[in-house]
Design a protein around this ligand. Structure first.
Ligand code: MLT
Length: 243
């Protein structure tokens, strides 16, 4: 299979996505939140581009008698009127089991919404990387790892996460890697300690300055969850199929 990497949400072009399986990555922290919430029993995660859309979605669901919780961030901080921040550690089973979560984040939910033209959209992070690769290995389609990046720019954290997944994909099979995919794999192979590599990254330090070390430690763990969130192409809603 052909394997490629897109370095930020701003670099997504629809023509790159035709007939591809994409893995959307925002390991700090949106895709770690989505994976954790679904692993802890949330019914679904509904990614919204704007805060206004998130409030409107909540209203729409409540008019149909359906309850939903609001989560996410702007500038990594809780949005006024929301139930949760963008910390994966808040999405505990007792808080969210069986619930729908409406999530709006700066980069992650944007990248997901821009990926809907792909043939299949998976949500990946360090914490569920192996499970994502197991699911990809059941298919033979070309793969694009979409790094959400930070405000349209490259981010070291999403890039090394792609590199880890590409490394796993290439363990037992030969694939055709683009130059950027080869670079991501090379970066991971030479920096297997994720924290050591990303501790200079801009977003890592923003979260550190907000005293979110526990989030950072959690999001950098490899393969602690065995679920793969999948985005429904028609509705954009994210749920789990291999639980
Ligand atoms: C995002 O989607 O931009 C991030 O998840 C930001 C954050 O770490 O809260």
């Amino acid at each position: 299979m052909n394997i490629d990497v897109i370095i930020s949400a701003d670099h997504i072009k629809e023509e790159y996505l035709d007939d591809k399986i994409v893995v959307v990555i925002d390991m700090l922290r949106a895709t770690s939140v989505i994976t954790t919430a679904l692993a802890n029993g949330a019914k679904e995660v509904i990614p919204m581009l704007t805060v206004e859309e998130a409030f409107n979605k909540k209203k729409e669901l409540s008019e149909k008698g359906l309850d939903a919780l609001l989560g996410g961030e702007r500038r990594a901080i809780k949005i006024e009127g929301f139930d949760f921040t963008n910390s994966p550690l808040e999405y505990t089973r007792d808080q969210i089991e069986g619930k729908s979560i409406i999530l709006s984040t700066t980069n992650g939910t944007r990248a997901i919404n821009l990926s809907l033209k792909a043939s299949k959209i998976l949500i990946g992070a360090m914490i569920n990387a192996k499970s994502v690769i197991d699911m990809i290995n059941e298919n033979s389609s070309d793969i694009v790892f979409i790094n959400s990046g930070t405000n349209g720019q490259f981010s070291m954290d999403d890039f090394i996460c792609s590199g880890y997944m590409i490394n796993l994909l290439c363990e037992n099979n030969i694939h055709n890697l683009s130059d950027i995919a080869k670079t991501a794999k090379y970066i991971y192979e030479n920096n297997k300690n994720i924290v050591n590599f990303i501790k200079e990254a801009r977003h890592y330090n923003i979260l550190k300055d907000l005293n979110l070390q526990d989030d950072l430690e959690y999001c950098c763990k490899k393969d602690i969850l065995d679920i793969v969130p999948v985005v429904n192409k028609n509705t954009g809603v994210i749920s789990v199929i291999n639980k």
